[in-house]
Design a protein around this ligand. Structure first.
Ligand code: NPW
Ligand code: ADP
Ligand code: K
Length: 500
């Protein structure tokens, strides 16, 4: 299960512990790193023209000296460009001394068409925006349209946040070590990395295991064992009952999208909870999904007591106002049976003036789990201070939001982050821009509720829903509209459940 994502600080610690544990010392790890990159370059660009290796002053540059030496030994035409000599006594200085090639000044960098660039300027140690000769090298490489293989991370990208605070390389291939870093998956970093290869350089799984990492790449390894599969002797209500609140007569479609997704996820029963004036519209479009009139809190409480739904979705097309707040608070205060409330769209916006009211209602540990599914705009309405904090990475923001709201936060986007109040966070990277279509988020909300209703723990349910939703959308591809998504979940679920 190699889904841990290491921050640069955790990677430094892994490095230190691996050296203590042996058998490799610092230069040994650097030799392994350089060899892994040289292997990838030779395998991917067998007919390559000249290779230009760009070396920075730190250990990233050290890896570059090893690559340059190994490629030259294999017979490739190699040019070495350096921004300055490595610090005396460092592993990088040893690697530079072992390299027979004479470095040229980076400021003079130029290359003929057909060349390949190995970017070993900065990796995990990037501490400020690229400027001067490094920034000019990025511009020249981009201007020449040369393919770039990045060592560890494309220079200019933060390994922690994926941010580019200045110029940054666009790599065709990034070779990183031991595990991916958050910056490989977070935007815009992911767009700069190209394909990411994780090379084993001799940092063992036991070393990584000892770090107690709390950030993961989202994928089945994180939640497959918790994915609900019905027992042979089950019945429909044992498979979970989801209630989805509908908006008024002119805005009912969003709730039906959520309801369909909940049903496709395996919930045994789904009921759309509709105001009286929208019953006919909803009835005209529902078949296996049930319908019930709910206009006020008393009717909601009666439904909760009689029909004992296990999860509810509130927000898609619902309307922003007191009714949304009252219903959400009534569900969170429900006694027994309700596993969770998924608050999306209008359900989130309804609390923009009083987010603390919502957060306090979710605080009791024995109450229903709260799952929030904000896109950036909705996130900023509930957590304005976190949204505008330029220092925090997206996972840090989502973690702080989760702790504050006592719930799971699904911070949506091309790099959706799922965070729990206990500090776990997962970054999702299997999505595709086809998912950016109206109603796509409504489907996600229903899917989360469907999994919650079947008894999946909230963090795992949220992660599984985000991954399956992204997988369905990516497989469907061009032409996707939200109506397609519930059915597109079926092959995704089938493949997951068939997995041993
Ligand atoms: N297990 C491991 O960890 C292994 C790691 N390995 C390799 O080591 C890499 C990490 O090495 P690293 O820590 O030396 O950092 P690196 O990115 O080379 O640069 C730091 C230097 O640059 C400077 N500096 C920073 N930004 C700057 C800027 N914009 N403009 C100018 N200067 C800037 C910064 O100085 P500062 O400003 O912080 O004082 C510092 O001097 C890692 O990515 C991987 O490739 C492998 O060998 C295998 C094992
Ligand atoms: N560029 C993108 N790549 C991958 N997924 C995306 C992208 N843009 C949006 N999504 C996903 O699409 C969904 C959109 O949800 P949302 O913004 O709530 O839309 P709506 O309210 O119309 O349903 C989210 O799951 C989000 O993560
Ligand atoms: K690099």
């Amino acid at each position: 299960m190699r889904i841990e994502l290491l921050s640069p600080a955790e990677m430094g610690e892994a490095d230190k512990r691996a050296i203590e544990a042996g058998p490799f010392d610092g230069i040994g790890l650097m030799h392994n790193a350089g060899a892994a990159i040289a292997r990838e370059v030779l395998a991917r660009y067998p007919a390559a023209g000249p290779v230009h290796v760009l070396c920075g002053p730190g250990n990233n540059g050290g890896d570059g000296y090893v690559v340059a030496r190994l490629l030259a030994e294999s017979g490739a035409a190699v040019s070495l460009w350096a921004s300055g000599p490595p610090r005396a006594g460092s592993d990088a200085a040893i690697a530079a001394a072992e390299c027979p090639l004479e470095p040229l000044p980076l400021a003079d960098f130029s290359a003929a068409p057909g060349s390949i660039v190995v970017d070993a300027l900065y990796g995990a140690g990037l501490s400020k925006p690229l400027d001067g000769e490094a920034a000019r090298a990025v511009e020249r490489v981009a201007g020449l349209g040369l393919p770039v293989v990045a060592v560890d991370l494309p220079s200019g990208i933060s390994g922690d946040s994926g941010r580019a605070t200045g110029p940054a390389f666009y790599a065709e291939l990034t070779v990183t070590f031991a595990r991916k870093k958050p910056g490989h998956l977070l935007m815009p970093g992911r767009g700069h990395c190209g394909e990411v290869v994780v090379a084993d350089i001799g940092i063992g799984d036991a070393v990584i295991g000892g770090l107690q990492v709390r950030t993961f790449e989202n994928g089945p390894a994180l939640w497959l064992t918790a994915l609900p599969v019905p027992d042979v002797d089950t019945h429909k209500y044992r498979r979970g009952h989801v209630g989805v609140f509908s908006g008024g007569p002119a805005s009912t479609g969003a709730a039906r999208l959520s309801a369909l997704a909940a049903a496709r996820s395996g919930a045994g029963a789904v009921t759309v909870l509709s105001p009286a004036n929208a019953l006919m519209v909803n009835a005209a479009h529902l078949t296996s999904i049930m319908l019930r009139k709910i206009d006020d809190t008393a009717e909601l409480e009666a439904f909760l007591a009689e029909r004992r739904p296990s999860a509810l979705v509130l927000g898609p097309g619902f309307g922003v106002g007191e009714k949304a707040r009252d219903f959400a608070l009534a569900v969170l205060g429900a006694q027994g049976g309700v596993e969770g409330l998924v608050l999306d769209a209008d359900g989130l916006t309804a609390f923009r003036q009083q987010p603390d009211l919502l957060f306090a209602a979710a605080a009791p540990k024995d109450g229903p789990a709260l799952v929030l599914t904000p896109h950036d705009g909705e996130f900023a309405r509930l957590f304005p201070d976190l949204a505008t904090d330029e220092v925090l990475s997206k996972p840090e923001r989502a973690r702080k939001a989760a702790a504050r709201c006592h719930g799971i936060v699904i911070a949506k986007g091309p790099d959706t982050v799922i965070a729990a109040p206990d500090g776990r966070a997962a970054i999702n990277a299997n999505g595709a821009p086809w998912l950016a279509t109206a109603g796509s988020g409504d489907v996600l909300a229903g899917l989360v509720a469907g999994l919650l209703a079947q008894g999946m723990p909230a963090f795992e349910a949220a992660c599984a829903a985000v991954w399956m939703h992204a997988e369905a959308g990516s497989h469907f591809g061009p032409g996707l509209i939200a109506e397609d998504l519930p059915l597109a979940l079926v092959p995704v679920l089938r493949a997951l459940i068939a997995e041993p």
